[in-house]
Design a protein around this ligand. Sequence first.
Ligand SMILES: [Zn+2]
Length: 54
Amino acid sequence: MPIKDPELLAIFEKRVIQKKVCRNCGALNPISAVKCRRCRSTNLRPKSAGIAKK
Ligand SMILES: [Zn+2]
């Protein structure tokens, strides 16, 4: 699904990148998550934010 609008693209990337990844099971959680929604582990790391910078 190609997105041509740069503003939409920025919002889209922001929403996709602002996630936390569980180190235990690899599930994606919201950036505001404290516990993993799948295994309830608190061992979360933010997904790499380096992609957002272009
Ligand atoms: Zn997990």
